[in-house]
Design a protein around this ligand. Structure first.
Ligand code: F6R
Length: 261
């Protein structure tokens, strides 16, 4: 796990965009895992600028979403499919028909989850997965207590996550769905490169557990310690509870120029 403490949110987004740009320059048909929530928004904006100025193209890319609310109407602005269309697809040159998400409106939700797993596998797996982290340590919507080997499935959101996300629903907790479909932790662990972005003091405790805590289903993100290729991009506030923050800064400053993220 490489921990990079950035000057600010913008630098974290640019560094993430650097890694994604390098991937698609080398492999134009790579598969990108996309997250929703506020953490990746700067990355999508940075990618949009790079596509616009010709540094990179996602024309041959495929993308897979991490999760989706269950039961939000097809035209609801906070349905994750619509968020990804607005924040990611509309900014880059990806073919919208190659952007996939679990179907939270399916009649048969378990079958939709199984089909989603099959679709990811048929595309050769995810090359780079963008992740945020919840204040309770969730990745995607794998809440505390999730099986560390889980696959895409239906989950119940915690009150904490619904309260955190109420800001997207006009502050009205009752409007936040109670259920979601989410890639499992095992699904996420299959991606070849995991790139997690966390900024702000509210994430400091979860980041401390992610990087320095014991591996536990109580803080699901801690399983990333077992992945061979994880990049954690933080600002000072999100890194404020790390015992090793000085070491992480020294390590990044001393990194050889040829070594990318
Ligand atoms: C969203 C997702 C979640 C968020 C997490 C952090 O697709 O999978 O795990 O990444 O809830 O959300 P923000 O970035 O809004 O703080």
């Amino acid at each position: 796990m490489e921990v990079v403490i950035c000057q600010d949110v913008e630098q974290a987004a640019e560094r993430a965009a650097d890694a994604i740009t390098a991937l698609f320059v080398a492999h134009p048909d790579a598969v990108l895992g996309v997250a929703t929530g506020s953490s990746p928004l700067g990355i999508y904006a940075a990618l949009g600028r790079r596509v616009a100025d010709g540094q990179v193209s996602l024309a041959l890319a495929s993308a897979y979403m991490l999760d989706e609310y269950v039961g939000l109407a097809a035209d609801h602005p906070e349905r994750y499919r619509n968020v990804i269309e607005r924040e990611f697809v509309a900014r880059v040159d990806i073919d919208p028909s190659r952007v996939h998400g679990p179907d939270g409106l399916a009649d048969d939700l378990p079958a939709a989850c199984a089909a989603y797993e099959q679709s990811i596998a048929a595309d050769g797996g995810i090359d780079l997965q963008i992740l945020g982290i919840g204040t309770d340590g969730h990745i995607a919507f794998n809440e505390p207590g999730s099986s560390l080997a889980s696959r895409t499935r239906i989950k119940t959101l915690t009150c904490q996550t619904r309260a955190d996300n109420a800001r997207f629903f006009g502050g009205n907790l009752d409007q936040v769905p109670t259920h979601c479909l989410t890639q499992g932790i095992g699904t996420i662990m299959d991606a070849r490169h995991l790139l997690l972005v966390a900024t702000g003091r509210a994430k400091a405790e979860a980041v401390h557990h992610l990087v320095e805590g014991p591996i536990s289903a109580m803080w699901p993100a801690t399983i990333l310690q077992m992945h061979p290729y994880v990049t954690v991009l933080l600002d000072d506030a999100a890194a404020s509870r790390l015992q090793l923050s000085s070491y992480f800064k020294e390590t990044y400053d001393a990194k050889p120029a040829w070594q990318d993220l």
